[in-house]
Design a protein around this ligand. Structure first.
Ligand SMILES: Cc1cc2nc3c(=O)[nH]c(=O)nc-3n(C[C@H](O)[C@H](O)[C@H](O)COP(=O)(O)OP(=O)(O)OC[C@H]3O[C@@H](n4cnc5c(N)ncnc54)[C@H](O)[C@@H]3O)c2cc1C
Length: 389
C-alpha cells in the first residue's frame, strides 16, 4: 500500500500559492544539500559556521525576506513562515539564526530606525555580510524585560550604555547589536556596532539544547555612542515586543517543521524496524501514536496558515500569535518525544534527528515568550484583565 505524507492528510499543499510552494521547495533543497549532512556534527561539537551560512542564506534571499526595500526579497508572511518551517525541519538553530537576523535585529532597525540607520545596516544584513543580534533579556529579567537594569545616559550629545544582556542569539558573531536600555524617556533601542569600545560578547557554555546556534552574554561597560545611535521611533517596551511578535510568527511555522521531521523519521523507522517478527508500523499501538502525531501536526499547520493569512492581511493580533506559538511549540515537543519512543534506543543518538529536535524545542518553548507568558496573553485577551503580576 502507498503511504500518505503526514501533511497531505490536511491537503496542506492546496493552502499555498505556486510562489509560496516554490520558496518552500528551494529552502528544503538548500537544507537537504547544504545543512542536513553536517547537522549531527555541528550539534555534537556545539559549533555552527554561522557567518558562512548567513552569507549563503543571504544569497538565497532568506534574511529579512518579508521586509520591503533595502535589497530584501519582499515576500509575503506565509512564504517567510514556510521558509522557517523548512529551516527548522533541519534544525531549530538554523531557524533561530534567520529569525534573529530578520525578525529581531533587522526588523527593529526597519520599524524603529532612521533612514540613515536603515541604509547603513539593512542592505548588508540582507546579504549576510553583516550579522545582527537582539539584546533584550537579562539574567534576572527574561519574562519581565520591563525590569531591565541596562541603562543609557546622556553625556553631552552622546549616549553612554552600561549593563549585561544574557542568552543573546548570534551575540558573539554579530557585527551589530540592537540593545534595549532604560533611559530617562523610558526603554529605547540602540544600534551598537560590536567593535565599539566597552562592548564584549561571551559565548554561553554547556548548552544541551540549540547546540547548533550561537548563544552569548553581552557586556556593555561605558559604551559611548553618538546621539544618532538611538532608534528614533522606539518608544517603551512596546517596541521590542513588536519585534518579538515578528519572531514568534516564524516559530508558529518553524516548530512544526521540527515536528514534521520527527514524525517522518518515526514513520520510516517503524516501517523498517521489525519487532516480534513483523514491522513496528503494523502494530495498533504504533499506529495510534503516529495518527495522534499527524492529527496534531495537521491542526497546527491549519492554525499556522490562518495566522499567516491574517498577518498578510495586516489584521493579526498579538494574542493570535500567542495562540500559534503556544500550541505549535507544545505540539512539536510532544511529537518529538513520542517519535523518540518509536525509535527506541536508536532514538537517543545523533544518527537520527528526533532527540536533537526534542532538545532544541525545549529552548523554543522558553524563548520568544514561555508557554506561561502566552497563556497569560491569551487570558488577558479573554478577560480583559492582565494577570502577569
Ligand atoms: C537558546 C536561547 C536563545 C535566546 N535568544 C535570545 C535573544 O536572542 N535575545 C533575547 O533578548 N533573549 C533571548 N533568549 C532569552 C529568552 O527570551 C528568555 O529565556 C525567556 O524570555 C524566559 O526568560 P527566563 O529564562 O529569564 O525565565 P523566567 O522569566 O525566569 O521564567 C522562569 C519560569 O517562570 C515562569 N513565569 C515567568 N513569569 C510568570 C508569571 N507572571 N506567571 C507565571 N509564571 C511565570 C516562566 O514561564 C518560566 O516557566 C534566549 C533564550 C534561550 C534559551
Amino acid at each position: 500500500m502507498t503511504r500518505t505524507a503526514p501533511l497531505d492528510l490536511v491537503a496542506a499543499d492546496d493552502l499555498f500559492s505556486d510562489e509560496e510552494r516554490a520558496i518552500r521547495d528551494t529552502v528544503r533543497k538548500f537544507c537537504a544539500d547544504r545543512i542536513r549532512p553536517h547537522l549531527a556534527e555541528w550539534f555534537e561539537k556545539g559549533e555552527l559556521p554561522a557567518r558562512d551560512l548567513a552569507r549563503e542564506m543571504g544569497e538565497l534571499g532568506l534574511l529579512g525576506m518579508h521586509l520591503q526595500g533595502y535589497g530584501a526579497a519582499g515576500t509575503n508572511a506565509v512564504s517567510y513562515g514556510l521558509a522557517c518551517h523548512e529551516l527548522e525541519a533541519a534544525d531549530s538553530g538554523l531557524r533561530s539564526l534567520v529569525s534573529v537576523q530578520g525578525s529581531l535585529a533587522m526588523y527593529a532597525i526597519y520599524a524603529y530606525g532612521s533612514e540613515e540607520q536603515k541604509n547603513e545596516w539593512l542592505p548588508r544584513m540582507v546579504t549576510g555580510e553583516a550579522v545582527g543580534c537582539f539584546g533584550l533579556t537579562e539574567a534576572d529579567f527574561g519574562s519581565n524585560p520591563g525590569g531591565m537594569r541596562t541603562n543609557a545616559k546622556k553625556d553631552g550629545s552622546d549616549w553612554v550604555l552600561n549593563g549585561t544582556k544574557m542568552w543573546i542569539t548570534n551575540g558573539s558573531i554579530a557585527d551589530v547589536a540592537v540593545v534595549w536600555a532604560r533611559t530617562d524617556e523610558g526603554i529605547r533601542g540602540f544600534v551598537v556596532p560590536t567593535t565599539v569600545k566597552g562592548f564584549t560578547a561571551n559565548t554561553v557554555p554547556g548548552k544541551l539544547s540549540l547546540r547548533a546556534s550561537v548563544t552569548s552574554e553581552l557586556v556593555l561597560e561605558d559604551v559611548r555612542l553618538p546621539a544618532d545611535a538611538v532608534l528614533p521611533h522606539s518608544k517603551g517596551l512596546a517596541s521590542p515586543l513588536g519585534c518579538l511578535n515578528e519572531a514568534r510568527f516564524g516559530i508558529v511555522f518553524g516548530s512544526l517543521g521540527a515536528a514534521r521531521d520527527c514524525l517522518e523519521t518515526a514513520i520510516a523507522y517503524a516501517s523498517d524496524r521489525e519487532v516480534f517478527d513483523k514491522p513496528l508500523s503494523a502494530y495498533q499501538l504504533t499506529q495510534a501514536k503516529l495518527a495522534e502525531m499527524a492529527l496534531e501536526l495537521g491542526k497546527g499547520m491549519l492554525l499556522a496558515v490562518r495566522i499567516g493569512r491574517l498577518k498578510d492581511a495586516g489584521t493579526l493580533k498579538p494574542e493570535q500569535v500567542s495562540m500559534g506559538k503556544l500550541n505549535n511549540v507544545r505540539v512539536a515537543l510532544r511529537i518529538a518525544r513520542e517519535a523518540r519512543t518509536i525509535l527506541g534506543a536508536n532514538g537517543i543518538t545523533l544518527e537520527y534527528p528526533v532527540m536533537r529536535h526534542a532538545n532544541n524545542l525545549e529552548s523554543v518553548l522558553t524563548y520568544e515568550g514561555t508557554s506561561e507568558v502566552h497563556l497569560l496573553v491569551i487570558g488577558q485577551a479573554l478577560t480583559g484583565v492582565g494577570a502577569f503580576r
